[in-house]
Design a protein around this ligand. Structure first.
Ligand SMILES: Cc1cc2nc3c(=O)[nH]c(=O)nc-3n(C[C@H](O)[C@H](O)[C@H](O)COP(=O)(O)OP(=O)(O)OC[C@H]3O[C@@H](n4cnc5c(N)ncnc54)[C@H](O)[C@@H]3O)c2cc1C
Length: 468
C-alpha cells in the first residue's frame, strides 16, 4: 500500500516543501496525493540503471566502471568538478598503488594514473607508486574519462533526499540552480565520503562510543617556496627513499618552539607535497577535531583552520630560509575530512584481519597504505606499516537488507583501524571500481546487490587489471 510504505527522506526542506502538506521532517510517509506534489516540486529528470552520488576517487571510478559494463549511469557531485579530496581538499599524493614496484591496485584506477601521466599531470613515485599530481589536470582527466564512458553528469548538485519503498531506494532528490530534481535508478552507489545517502536511508552506522574521529586538516598551496632546496627535495616526495614523508627538520623545530612556550596550534606532519610546479607545494599541517556531519561545528572549525593556515605560513616564512618568500597562493575549496560515518555492512573489516592480510572468498580490492591514525588533539600520529597487501571483501560494501544500495570509498564497513588505511585514495578507487562493476551486474541480472555472483565480479575486475 503506497500510502503507508512510500517514504520521503529530506535532508532539509526548501521553503516550497515547507509550505506543502509534506511535513518537513527527516522521514515522512507519503499519501498518493503527497507523492504527486513531491513530483511537481522535484520533477523526474533522469531514469538510470546506476546513480553514483559523489564524484571523489571512489565515485568517479565507480561511475566509469558501471558505464563500461553497459549500464546507463549518472554521477551527482556538489562541486563543479570531480576528484573529491584530491581536488576539493588539495590532498596529495594519491596513496598507494604498489609494494616494491609491484602494483597492488590496478585496472581503471591505474589507467587513470597513466592517462594523467600522459597529460603531464602525474609523477609516479616508485617503488610505492604514490602519485604526485597537478590538481587542475586531475580535474580535466577525471571529466574526460567520465564523459568518454558515457556517464551523465549532474555537477553543482547536492543530493538532499531520497524516496524509498521499504528498504529499496527508488530515487534521489538533488538540489541545484534548477531547483529540486529527482533521479530514478535501479541501483545507487553512495560515494559521498560521509555516507550521506546510506544515512538518509537509515542504514545502521558503525558505533563510535568515545566520539573520537581523526582530525580535519585544511590544506593549501604555498608558492614562492625554494622547491630546489635540499630540504624540500627531501620532504616533497613520498617514496620512502629519504625516510618518512613528514618533513622532520621542520617538525622538530616547531615542536621545540611549542615546548619553549610559543603559542602554536596543534599540527600534523608537516607534509609538503609535490604539485608539479616549481616553487609551489601543497601543505598539509593544520589539524583540529571536527564533525563534518554537523554543519555548525564544521563551519566553526573551518574558520579556525583558515586562521591556522596564515599563522603557520608566517612561522615558516620567519624560521626557514626555504620559505622566506612564500605566500598562500590558494586554500582548498574546503577543509579535508579524514573520518566520519561508516556503514555496518554484511562484513566489517577489522584492523587485525586487515593487518594480517586475511583473504576472503569475495575479495574485490586491496590496500598497502599503513594504518595511519591521526590524533584528533595534539601532534601525534599512530602508524602501523603493513608487510603484505590487505584485502577488502565485497560484503563490506553492502548493507544487509538494502537490495539496491552499495557504498564505496571511506564510508565502507570497517573498524577505525582498518579505515585508517583503506581511506587513502588509491584504495578508495579500487573499491569504487568493484562497486561500479557489481552495480552493473545487479542491473543486468535483475538481482539484489546481495545476490550478485562475486566470482563473476572478481573475474571482471581481473580482466580490467585488478590485482586480487
Ligand atoms: C588532510 C587529509 C590528508 C590526507 N592525505 C592523504 C594522502 O596523502 N594520500 C591519500 O591517498 N589519501 C589521503 N587522505 C584520504 C583521502 O583523501 C580520502 O579518504 C579519500 O579522498 C576518500 O575518498 P571518497 O571518494 O570516499 O570521498 P571524497 O574524496 O570525500 O569524495 C566525496 C565526494 O562526494 C561529494 N559529495 C559529498 N556529499 C555529497 C552530496 N550530499 N551530494 C553530492 N555530492 C556530495 C564531495 O563533494 C566529494 O567530491 C587524506 C585526507 C585528508 C582529509
Amino acid at each position: 500500500m503506497t500510502k503507508i510504505s512510500r517514504r520521503l527522506f529530506l535532508k532539509r526542506a526548501t521553503a516550497a516543501l515547507a509550505t506543502m502538506a509534506v511535513a518537513p521532517s527527516l522521514a515522512s510517509c507519503l499519501s498518493d496525493e503527497e507523492s504527486r506534489k513531491v513530483r511537481k516540486i522535484a520533477p523526474v529528470v533522469g531514469k538510470y540503471d546506476v546513480v553514483v552520488v559523489g564524484g571523489g576517487p571512489a565515485g568517479f571510478i565507480s561511475a566509469i566502471a558501471a558505464a563500461r559494463k553497459g549500464a546507463k549511469v549518472a554521477i551527482v557531485e556538489r562541486y563543479g568538478f570531480f576528484g573529491g579530496m584530491a581536488t576539493i581538499g588539495y590532498v596529495a599524493p594519491i596513496s598507494v598503488f604498489a609494494l616494491k614496484n609491484e602494483l597492488v591496485i590496478g585496472g581503471i584506477p591505474w589507467e587513470f594514473v597513466k592517462r594523467l601521466e600522459s597529460m603531464g599531470g602525474a609523477f609516479i613515485e616508485w617503488p610505492k607508486a604514490n602519485i604526485d599530481f597537478d590538481i587542475e589536470l586531475y580535474k580535466l582527466c577525471c571529466q574526460r574519462m567520465i564523459l568518454e564512458a558515457g556517464v551523465d553528469i549532474y555537477m553543482h548538485s547536492s543530493m538532499v533526499g531520497c524516496e524509498m519503498e521499504g528498504n529499496t531506494i527508488d530515487s534521489v532528490i538533488i538540489e541545484n540552480k534548477n531547483g529540486l530534481e529527482t533521479l530514478v535508478s535501479k541501483v545507487f552507489i553512495d560515494c559521498t565520503g560521509d555516507g550521506d545517502l546510506a544515512h538518509m536511508a537509515e542504514v545502521p552506522m558503525q558505533p563510535n562510543p568515545d566520539g573520537e574521529v581523526q582530525p580535519s586538516s585544511f590544506c593549501f598551496i604555498l608558492s614562492g617556496v625554494d622547491t630546489k632546496s635540499e630540504l624540500l627535495n627531501r620532504c616533497m616526495y613520498h617514496n620512502g627513499i629519504n625516510g618518512p614523508s613528514q618533513c622532520k627538520p621542520v617538525r622538530e623545530k616547531l615542536l621545540a618552539m611549542k615546548a619553549a612556550g610559543v603559542d602554536l596550534p596543534d599540527f600534523g606532519g608537516p607534509w609538503f607535497n609535490n604539485v608539479m610546479h616549481e616553487g609551489s607545494v601543497a601543505v598539509n599541517m593544520t589539524r583540529r577535531a571536527a564533525d563534518s556531519t554537523n554543519n555548525r561545528n564544521f563551519s566553526e572549525v573551518e574558520c579556525q583552520l583558515r586562521e591556522d593556515i596564515f599563522l603557520f605560513t608566517k612561522v615558516l616564512k620567519e624560521n626557514f630560509k626555504e620559505f622566506e618568500n612564500c605566500y598562500v597562493a590558494s586554500t582548498a575549496p574546503q577543509a579535508g575530512i579524514r573520518e566520519s560515518r561508516r556503514i555496518v555492512g554484511l562484513h566489517t573489516v577489522m584492523g587485525e584481519e586487515y593487518v594480517n592480510a586475511v583473504h576472503y572468498e569475495d575479495s574485490i580490492s586491496r590496500g598497502i597504505h599503513p594504518i595511519d591514525l591521526h590524533a584528533s588533539k595534539g601532534t601525534h600520529q599512530h602508524r602501523v606499516d603493513l608487510t603484505k597487501p590487505a584485502y577488502v571483501p565485497y560484503r563490506a560494501l553492502v548493507a544487509p537488507n538494502y537490495p539496491n544500495l552499495l557504498v564505496a570509498g571511506r564510508c565502507i564497513s570497517t573498524d577505525r583501524q582498518a579505515h585508517a588505511s583503506l581511506r587513502v585514495m588509491a584504495s578508495c578507487m579500487g573499491v569504487g571500481q568493484a562497486a561500479g562493476a557489481a552495480a552493473a551486474q545487479a542491473v543486468t541480472k535483475g538481482v539484489a546487490v546481495q545476490d550478485i555472483s562475486t566470482s563473476e565480479l572478481i573475474a571482471q575486475l581481473k580482466e580490467w587489471g585488478a590485482v586480487l
